[in-house]
Design a protein around this ligand. Sequence first.
Ligand SMILES: *Cc1c(COP(=O)(O)O)cnc(C)c1O
Length: 387
Amino acid sequence: MTSLANNYNRRNISFKYGKGSFLYSTNGKKYLDFVQGIAVNSLGHAHPKLVKTIRDQSKKLWHVSNAFQIPEGEKLAKKLCQKTFADYVMFQNSGAEATEASIKVARRYFYSIGKPYKTRILCIKNSFHGRTLATIFASGSKKMTEGFGHIGGFDHFVFGDHKSLKKKIKKNTAAIMVETIMGEGGIKVIPDWCLKELRKLCDKKKILLILDEVQCGISRSGNFFAFEKSKVAPDIVPIAKGIGSGFPIGAVLMNKKVAAGMTPGTHGSTFGGNPLAMCVGNSVMDLVSSKKFLNNVKKSSRFFFSNLNQLKKKYPNIIKEIRGRGLLIGIQLHTDQSNFIKKLTENKLLTIRAAENVVRILPPLNVKKNEIRMAVKIIDKVCSELK
Ligand SMILES: *Cc1c(COP(=O)(O)O)cnc(C)c1O
């Protein structure tokens, strides 16, 4: 008998502890964890430097109100601004809070320049921006919004349908908000040329570009942000997942222009930006944002993709496509996704589903070559059993 609400479809495994790429179950089994809390634990489980950061800071100070100065947050914001397009940062605790706050920043900007009618956000149909009331309606997904009434303010276009995208920009449109790489939607990468065109379109129509990097950001793609490769500068970027490597942190990064609208009292968060979270964020930033670390992510990615593409050639009736970038990887299957994931789990490799019959593979960003080899071997075995 459980006292937990039934809003998850949970697998029947629980874990006692984790170390790096591995999880150890309560019934004594060892799993290669390529879910990592869904792209959250960017440095794997129980990274010694992060354990030390939490231990040291927990003896000093956990939480103070944003009514006071928080130097640890100033420091993390500065690091994020130095590394990216951003001029200002606003801290939250999760991805959905960060995407929802991004919508607030966009609307507030137009309010502050005397165009309060510009409120609508244009999103991709069946995208994912979180589970608050506003963000489920941003997704335009029937499954996520069914039974939850209605929250207005969002328009949608189909991924890749550029004609309808242009047609849907109206006088009251404030911003286009898309995931640079759609995670839940099936690891669909928006090509660099598309991002460039999106930026041009937003400039021409004088609207804002919000790139949701909650899943694909923080070095997951092999660049600190997935959009960096395209050389495009967005106006607003919500982040979360990887920046805390398992500690709940969210943030909205923004340029100077839009930040001007966020005057005292326009937004707030009791927990957002607390000293303990900020210390963890600072340690994660120091570890994942160096050129050396990013080069290593790229190297691991090339190794993983070349092995998976070989498996695709070997099992053309099982694997349809290998998708993604960096260590945000999707295997699109011809065969049943849930059975495939179940078989991988039986062979001690943890993965997770995404839309379009895709199995998502999300190793920690510091994954070792022999761990990738282990995973490939298990995927090979499962494919050969299903053949
Ligand atoms: C996970 C995710 C979110 C929501 O993050 P939560 O922390 O679960 O609220 C938003 N956008 C994208 C792209 C995500 O992958």
